[in-house]
Design a protein around this ligand. Structure first.
Ligand code: ARG
Length: 459
């Protein structure tokens, strides 16, 4: 075991303690960010005259060598080091000797780890944004192709009013668009550099924190060194945003599962995204959607876990904060994986337009429109509601749809009905008369599709 801090100790660390304390098994995930952060730090130290240019160049060369060798697999990261910071520093000293011992000048592992995690997470926020964008592109394509695909819209999982598939997909488009905007907000708030905060109280060296921040692509340095080493808000915000993405994916998965059921048959999941049963040969199961729905729990758990870890920590750095990593890494990998798989499944899914249309037709989804028909002819809405209620009851008893009633049958319930009732309650009329902003009517939908197209082209 190799430790950076043996000086004031007279005894070796107990083996179990060493393992309990070590973080290399998981913080090796950001070896690249650790090295990049050190490079920026060293450049700044030389600019400020704290290191010579020769020392800077030696250290940079050593760090580049370590990065290349880790990347090629020549230099494995092993658990004989306590954490990734010790691993890099020890290797640097092995390679370049005494100059390597100057790397940690004006720095603590507290601000170093705060920087590494921020750099790593910042990249992941951007990657997740890219994945969500791909999902939005698939949604937009389905919307463009289905402004006339009529299906039932539901409330309480009961057929309510006819909508189109474009409209239904448009609702998810809005959700994932908001998810992206949340990620952009988080990025803007988190993109400040903790390096230079030291252990908690800055340093006595004349560091140029603005320069380091600029080298690493931050908007600027964090303005309080205690906050710099102990702020984990950005992780909590990111976890919360991921929990929301997963909640959206989970709702969508639930719908896919329902639509894929024998009773609905609105969709056919592509063979590449379904699985079979070991005993029942007829089965084709929506396992991917179910797993996405299931994995949502893991991401919620990570959010609760970090909130709980952070709640009692006094300023500034405390070791509890090492627990910010595994759950966050797991949540990021889980959420990214789920977005990517879901996108693939959605991109290849088949929509049974015939089944959707038939389902919209036989669930009285046009009952509201029948009432509106009467209102347009002077019947007060409450009376119209009652009349159509009686029509529906009549149809249920005869096992027919409103469209199947003869005009005489209509008239026997209310004389206000005329021949044009059939057109007024056709599925197409019901949908396409709904033209307010955000409604499913084809013209309204096409306006939203144009806005969505522009949004994807610009962001
Ligand atoms: N592994 C530690 C973490 O993840 C690095 C910081 C260690 N600092 C310390 N004072 N022990 O938080």
């Amino acid at each position: 075991m190799a430790q950076l801090w043996g000086g004031r100790f007279t005894k070796e660390t107990d083996q179990l303690v060493y393992r309990f304390n070590a973080s290399i098994s998981f913080d090796q995930k950001f070896y690249r960010q650790d090295i990049e952060g050190s490079m920026a730090h060293v450049r700044m130290l030389a600019k400020q005259g704290i290191l010579t240019e020769a020392e800077r160049d030696q250290i940079l060369e050593g760090l580049e060598g370590i990065l290349a060798d880790v990347e090629s697999g020549k230099l494995p990261i092993t658990d004989q080091y306590e954490d990734i910071h010790s691993f890099v520093e020890a290797n640097l000293i092995d390679r370049i000797g005494d100059a390597g011992k100057k790397l940690h000048t004006g720095r603590s592992r507290n601000d170093q780890v705060a920087l590494d995690m921020r750099l790593y997470t910042r990249g992941e926020v951007q990657e997740m944004d890219g994945l969500l964008k791909k999902l939005l592109e698939v949604l937009l394509r389905i919307m463009e192709e289905n402004t006339e695909t009529i299906m039932p819209g539901f409330t309480h999982l009961q057929k309510a009013q006819p909508i189109t598939l474009a409209h239904h997909m448009g609702a998810y488009f809005e959700m994932f668009k908001r998810d992206r905007s949340r990620l952009h907000d988080i990025y803007d708030r988190m993109n400040y550099c903790p390096l230079g905060s030291g252990a908690l109280a800055g340093t006595t060296y004349p560091l140029d924190r603005e320069y380091t921040a600029e080298l690493l692509g931050f908007y600027g340095p964090m303005l309080n060194s205690m906050d710099g080493v102990s702020d984990r808000d950005y992780l909590i915000e990111f976890l919360s945003a991921m929990a929301t993405v997963m909640m959206h994916l989970s709702r969508f998965s639930e719908e896919i599962i329902i639509w894929n059921s024998n009773e609905y048959q609105f969709v056919e999941i592509d063979d590449a995204y379904s699985t079979g049963s070991s005993i029942m040969p007829q089965k084709k199961n929506p396992d991917i959607a179910e797993l996405v729905r299931g994995k949502t729990g893991r991401v919620y758990g990570a959010l609760t876990s970090l909130l709980t870890t952070m709640k009692g920590i006094p300023l500034a750095y405390n070791k509890d904060m090492q627990e910010d990593k595994e759950f966050v890494f797991d949540a990021i990998d889980t959420t990214k994986g789920c977005i990517a798989l879901f996108t693939g499944m959605l991109d290849t899914i088949g929509f049974r337009k015939d089944r959707m249309n038939a389902s919209a037709k036989n669930g009285f989804t046009n009952a509201t429109d029948a009432a509106d028909y009467l209102v347009n002819r002077g019947v007060p809405f409450r009376d119209a509601h009652g009349i159509v209620g009686r029509l529906v009851l009549y149809c249920i008893e005869k096992n027919i749809a409103l469209d199947d009633m003869s005009l005489e049958e209509y008239k026997s319930i209310s004389p206000v009905f005329e021949e044009d009732i059939y057109d007024a309650i056709s599925m197409e009329t019901c949908v396409n008369k709904r033209l307010t902003i955000g409604a499913p009517g084809k013209e309204a939908m096409e306006k939203v599709i144009a806005v969505s197209r522009e949004y994807l082209a610009s962001k």
